[in-house]
Design a protein around this ligand. Structure first.
Ligand code: ATP
Length: 252
């Protein structure tokens, strides 16, 4: 299996805190990898290092065998590392159709040159149709984002990320804030994403993690504490011990 994304000895210091401490990770092509760990373990910091929002103190990030440690976030998106956000960052006055049309046409512009997109409205529309159906947004495609239910907004965030044609999709707590009853719909859609998109998921709900992931990396105090397939991690008494004393939603 080929490795699409890798970190080597990644280290980040903020003053006396080391939220990322010598992290070496390998993400296989087609991965369904979950990154878990107690609050403050360094999950968000690691995602920020992968996307280029933060620069590491030491170590490197590799995509397809190329060192991308020095690349700006937008250049990484163009290369295929795309994330969704914990905090809603959609345009409230656009509709889902408009939001996706914007994302799809910028992606096609990046891929083919903006002058060619001008003549390809139909191609943009077709791709939007597919995304709207895939993410169960077709019934609300003309409603302003500000009027959408929270779960629909989270779906639109993922759809927008997918419009960027990711090779690696980073899902940072995709159902945070979504009512319990709507979470499974979102995960059903995530579980049906194409296998060529490699997915790294940060999620607190262990039930959802173990349903989605094939492999799991556990971070504790900025370091990799355990790695393995779902069965071995869910049975690991050391991992269970780390979660004892955590909030109810973090229980294994
Ligand atoms: N910009 C920053 N400056 C200083 N300390 C920071 C900064 N960002 C994160 N930290 C610290 O780094 C540690 C790891 O934080 P991080 O947000 O990466 O953890 P997390 O695993 O994502 O936590 P949670 O599950 O609560 O979101 C925490 O102690 C946090 O206070």
């Amino acid at each position: 299996m080929s490795i699409v994304l890798e970190t080597r000895g990644l280290l980040k210091r903020f003053g006396g805190i080391t939220p990322t401490n010598d992290v070496s990770l390998k993400v296989e092509t087609g991965a369904r990898l979950a990154l878990i760990g107690p609050n403050g373990a360094g999950k968000t910091t690691l995602v920020n290092l992968l996307t280029g929002v933060l620069a590491p103190t030491a170590g490197s990030v590799w995509l397809d065998g190329r060192d991308i440690t020095g690349l700006a976030p937008h250049r990484r998106v163009a290369r295929g590392i795309v994330r969704t956000f914990q905090i809603n960052q959609l345009f409230n006055d656009l509709t889902p159709l408009q939001s996706l049309a914007l994302a799809v046409s910028s992606q096609q512009g990046l891929a083919r040159g903006f002058w060619r997109v001008l003549g390809s409205q139909a191609a943009v529309g077709d791709e939007c149709d597919v995304l709207l159906r895939q993410f169960h947004l077709d019934d609300v495609m003309h409603q302003k984002v500000r009027h959408l239910a929270y779960g629909k907004r989270r779906l639109l965030e993922i759809a927008t990320a997918l419009a960027c044609k990711p090779r690696v999709l980073l899902l940072d707590e995709p159902v945070a804030g979504v009512p319990e009853g709507d979470r499974h719909e979102i995960f059903d859609i995530i579980n049906a994403l194409p296998p060529e998109v490699s997915i790294l998921l940060i999620e607190h709900d262990m039930g959802l993690v173990f349903n989605f992931a094939r492999s799991v990396t556990v971070l504790v105090n900025g370091s990799v504490f355990a790695e393995g397939d779902v069965a071995s991690i869910s049975a690991d008494p050391r991992v269970k011990a780390v979660y004892l004393g955590e909030g109810e939603d973090a229980h294994a």
